[in-house]
Design a protein around this ligand. Sequence first.
Ligand code: GLC
Length: 504
Amino acid sequence: MQWWRDAVVYQVYVRSFTDSDGDGVGDLAGVRARLGYLELLGVDALWLTPFYTSPMADHGYDVADPRDVDPVFGDLAEFDTLLAEAHAHGLKVTIDLVPHHTSTDHEWFRAARDSAPGSPERERYHFRPGRGGGPPNNWRSVFGGPAWTRLSDDEWYLHLFSPDQPDLNWTNPEVWADLEKTVRFWLDRGVDGFRIDAAHAMSKPDGLPDSPAPGVGPDPRFDDDGVHEVLRMVRAVIDHFPGRVATGQICAHDDAAFARYVRTDELHIGLTRRLLEAPFEAAAVRTAIEGSFGAVAGTPAPPSWTLSDHDTPRPVTRYGGGPAGVARARAMALVQLALPGAVFLYNGEELGLPDVDLPDDVRQDPRSRLTGHTDPGRDGCRVPLPWEGGPPGFGFTAGRPWLPIPDDWADRLVADQLEDTASTLSLYRRALELRRSHPGFAGTELEWFGAPAGCLAFRRAGSTLVCALNTGDAAVPLPPGEILLVSGPLDGDLLPPDTAAWLA
Ligand code: GLC
């Protein structure tokens, strides 16, 4: 029942996937309408980003009620229908869990704000008196500015993300009991697992000590030992439901710290950003792959692979944009899908979408707002998908999309890419089909081949699949074998720059 060990999980950023009711925001009924597409694409599972009741200060990562659906996305009955129909299409469904913080609209935070310093209501969060007229310590928010906001009674509350996302206090038993209730609530409804948001951040060191200067010591905001107790509790609940999976977003201090998150009684899968952070250079890509194997060595967890998510500029843009960016992203898709372990795709990656350079006045990400737009934020990778037709809705919505879809995405439509055998979507479909059905994809380790400078080649150990990547600037001979798939045209029988090939 360990279906997740080599699963391809498709991240649906619900807000940007498909809108069923014309309000310009994607919703659960929209996801349901596209299950046929997802089955055709050939992924194994979905990860739905938060669809819970929320004022949407961080587009749903600010949860006001973790056991209900926000009306903009649907309702619980719609969720149940989506889940049943996804299962009927052979798709597992995992959902985001956001235990680290709530929304300021959560009933607990509203009660805390209205209660006195020292009250039990405030004990569920981190409230402190200030220090010398300023915040209680020097911690910064991940989104910019201090990690503390002051209330009118002069107490400050902690928020490692936006001021609309107060951090919960994980020394408080009520906070634990509530998460346990939430986990059971969704497992009872039949979800196949969770992606735990900021799984490295729940616990805070005693006394909330100041952060040292950058690079001087470990960051006290994250990866505190206490997080492991919380994850063990979640895992213990999940273990009562066979076949379900706990995946966590993890930023650990080092490999040894990472490995602790995927011990036998914690997460099944830890998400790492190594491949996503590697530049398009064979040596860096190889280091990222070896590092990801290293991080799970000696643990029961498979390695995991991600090239894109809703927090990061899309690969086409990261690798230089334009035709070269697309060619490189296609090449990296073959590298990623050749690897043993769990793969996490992000919606739109299969269409070769770039980031969109949006004007400041339409940007909505708090990271952009809180830095006065000096940080462009993450909206560029969150633009809704172009399905068919033309502007403004492109089949995403009958209304106006919440972020504008650029006119030139008319040449990246799902409808057209499905028909075009040379499209990025066709490449992903073919790669996913081979990954599922070709016997060469057995084996859980890699063997590296010698390769010319700027290139890499590996084989799945004990099996036949070979993947070769050329990030250099000259065409190189291919390793021996029958060609299964190439990410772009070959140069005679040479592998050109910005191209990858699968051979067996
Ligand atoms: C994680 C999510 C990100 C969100 C943040 C706060 O990093 O991936 O999108 O803004 O947590 O919940």
